[in-house]
Design a protein around this ligand. Structure first.
Ligand code: FES
Ligand SMILES: [Fe+2]
Length: 415
């Protein structure tokens, strides 16, 4: 049996509400199918507008087999290209980030304009047509300070996502913020284990003493069932919305993305040990309300986010191999906030640096245990792990439809 039919069989025979069979977490062929069916088809969070401050600013990323460069062009537009030279294929940009007036391939110095067109290629003869050798574009969209790319030749519509998240995020002005700090950790576990761990707080009390000082373990906060029947949540939404900040739980029909603004414990304002703000200067000049809690967004398969009154923490998940996933965390603050004056970097990053490390260990232990021949799928808690059930259902539905030839239908439905 080939991997496609094996995957389809296992998806169709899986027990709902249970973790997935072992190959989904460990198998190289299944990982390759994840890349093909999910990562090469869906919109992926790449980075932030504010990382590309001026024309010529760029950053690079690797999605499965595809190196990509994302840049700001001369007109200020954000674009993405396949980072593969149209001469003999060398990576054109090898640095993680930089600023360049033109992109020069290090191999034979073919030189590209910021719109991807080939500006110069030495000694290619009279018949050489430069216009046929532009860098290949990658679909790229930016919304409320977030840049997304999609490798599909025909990407699913971006509007359903941007329409949902823009009103929640626009007031926080992330397009004009700055990255105070970023870190990338590699977790030795499958990308789905990273997500499963993220989508529940069943583990929080036992693992996250720092986060639990301010973040509620309630499934109403982490979960995917709304939470409006909880009076504290309903109250919070009403108060934030009266202040012009969309807050109510909203999830797209596809289950792929969700936004919600939830209160922090004991009216905490930030993810710090005592709940006080970590940054004296507010994240956005346009948000005056107090005790706005955490605006949270997930968009499978690449990102979850928390936006607070004084800073934002954004996360990008990137699969490296069946048993390896990179998680990049960025702390965003007001662009004029000054380190050492408005904030102390250790205090700003402490809670999530600890939390990330704790989660890394959790995911790695989970991955080791799943590799045991004795592993069999176990039941998720319906009370505490509704978010995990929802993620796994989204994954299983996406994979089944796309494997079964009905994938285009799913893409259209997301659209
Ligand atoms: S491979 Fe890029 S210039 Fe030759
Ligand atoms: Fe965690």
């Amino acid at each position: 049996m080939n991997a496609r039919s094996e995957m389809l069989n296992l998806i169709r025979s899986r027990k709902a509400g249970y973790s997935l069979p072992q190959p989904f977490y460990v198998d190289q062929d299944f990982f390759d199918l994840d890349l093909e069916l999910i990562w090469y088809r869906d919109w992926l969070f790449a980075g932030h507008d504010c990382e590309l401050a001026k024309p010529g600013s760029y950053f690079t990323m690797q999605v499965g087999a595809y190196p990509i460069v994302v840049l700001r062009d001369r007109d200020g537009a954000i674009r993405a290209f396949h980072n593969s030279c149209r001469h003999r294929g060398s990576r054109v940009c090898s640095a993680e980030r930089g600023v360049a007036a033109k992109l020069v391939c290090p191999y034979h110095q073919w030189t590209y304009n910021l719109d991807g067109s080939l500006a110069f290629a030495r000694q290619m003869g009279e018949d050489f047509d430069r216009s046929l050798h532009s860098l290949k574009p990658v679909a790229c969209e930016s919304v409320a300070g977030y840049i997304f790319v999609c490798l599909a030749a025909e990407p699913p519509a971006f509007a359903p996502f941007s329409d949902l998240m823009r009103p929640y995020f626009a007031p926080h002005n992330l397009a004009d913020a700055k990255i105070a700090f970023q870190s990338t950790i590699v977790e030795k576990g499958n990308w789905k284990l990273v997500w499963e761990n993220n989508r529940e707080c069943y583990h929080c009390a036992g693992s996250h003493p720092e986060l639990c000082k301010t973040y509620s373990e309630s499934p109403n906060v982490t979960g995917v069932a709304g939470g409006g029947e909880d009076p504290e949540m309903a109250n919070h939404w009403a108060r934030c919305e009266a202040a012009g900040l969309p807050a109510q739980f909203r999830m797209h029909d596809s289950g792929q993305f969700r936004a919600i603004r939830a209160p922090l414990l004991r009216d905490a304002e930030s993810y710090t040990m005592n709940g006080a703000r970590a940054v004296a200067r507010g994240l956005s000049d346009g948000v005056a309300a107090e005790r706005i809690g955490a605006l949270m967004l997930f968009n499978y398969p690449t990102t979850w986010n928390h936006v607070l009154i004084d800073h934002a923490v954004t996360f990008r998940v990137m699969p490296i191999g069946p048993n390896e996933t990179a998680v990049t965390t960025k702390w965003l603050v007001h662009k004029d906030a000054v380190e050492g004056v408005d904030y102390d970097l250790d205090r700003l990053t402490h809670v999530w640096t600890q939390t990330n490390n704790q989660d890394r260990r959790i995911v790695e232990e989970n991955a080791l245990g799943i590799r045991s021949p004795a592993y069999e799928p176990g039941p998720y808690s319906p009370l505490q792990e509704g978010g995990v059930i929802q993620f796994v259902d989204w994954y299983a539905r996406s994979v089944e439809e796309r494997l079964g030839g009905a994938g285009r239908g799913h893409v259209r439905r997301v659209a």
